[in-house]
Design a protein. Sequence first.
Length: 224
Amino acid sequence: MSTTSPAPHTAVMAAALDLFDRQGFEATSVEQIAQAAGVSRSTFFRQFGGKDDVVFADHELLLDMLRGELAKPHDDPWVAVRDASLKVFRHFASDPELARRRYAVVRQVPALREREIVTVFRYERLFDEYLRQALPGLDPLDAVSFAATVTAIHNHVLRRLIRGSKHVPVSVLRDALNNAMRRFGVLDEDAAPGDDDIVIAVFPRRTPAAEVARRLQRTLPRTP
């Protein structure tokens, strides 16, 4: 996992985006970026690798952070994926102007657009692989479908933030993701169970079998 703090990465990325916007991506050299950011050429290459890498530097940090977060125990894997998406959104919403500048640059450079597509897929794959690991027996189609849905909803709401000038609160994304979880039958909205000897559990027909098993295992008391 990267040990470099986000702040220096953000400063260099902001300097690079400013140059890309003013003089074009192809016309901008690594030397110019390093000079504008106040770092040496060797430091730039050590931290980023190339000028296309600096455009997506915070994504690398975010992916590293999410891997660490998802490696921890979670009571509800579906909620863990939702919350991971919310963390990414909060990052970009904290500096929407920088996100808008990157969006403008990426739209102009085909190679960067392709890199963006690959980056989005890496989030989707991370969520997919986590769900399969956290819920043994989960149908792979359920895992990939949910991961793809979360990623698509996140990107849609993020584009609303980037393409417009108005603030888009994180609650918009949270509500949309909760609705998606409800459609998948994985939003746990049941009241706390009582102490009765008989437990009646009702699940939507669409709830994945692995999720039904997880909830029952969590709810039913362990027998000695």
